[in-house]
Write a protein of this length. Structure first.
Length: 150
């Protein structure tokens, strides 16, 4: 009997985590999510560039602490409309979370994170605000025209 109670408590806690992750009270609003396939270089490398345009809903510092495209953890870069990143973020700021996935190449200086839970959609963004983790689900990408370079 104690085993059933502990299993129930663990299941309840996991459901709470997912329920909190799906709330619309996330500290950012997704304005747009795009993906663009590309081909470049003499060797004809290929890949996909992903860009998430977000608007902050709080004055509290937001740490963008993880991104999964499908089930794959990928490194992220932050970009801003300003030439220099703001020293202190404020409500209404626009932040771009970007990543560039090169096909058949593993990042050598990046340690992938384990997917925290299964989700429905094409991407999962993890944010940390005041030591509390929040998740933003991305349901789909707007596909941009393919880039080709030399």
């Amino acid at each position: 009997m104690p085993m059933k109670k502990s299993s129930f408590v663990i299941l309840f806690m996991l459901l709470q985590l997912v329920a909190c992750a799906q709330k619309k009270s996330c500290a950012v609003v997704l304005i747009e999510a795009t993906s663009r396939n590309w081909v470049a270089g003499a060797g004809g490398r290929t890949g996909t560039a992903y860009r998430f345009k977000l608007k902050t809903k709080t004055n509290t510092h937001i740490e963008f602490s993880g991104l999964w495209i499908g089930k794959k953890s990928v490194p992220i870069t932050l970009e801003y409309d300003a030439l220099t990143p703001p020293i202190k973020s404020k409500k209404g700021d626009v932040v771009y979370v970007t990543t560039n996935v090169i096909n058949n190449v593993e990042e050598i200086d990046y340690s992938p994170k384990k997917l925290p839970f299964s989700y429905k959609g094409v991407a999962l963004l993890q944010l940390t605000i005041s030591d509390k983790v929040q998740y933003l689900f991305v349901k789909s990408f707007r596909f941009l025209e393919r880039l080709s370079g030399e």
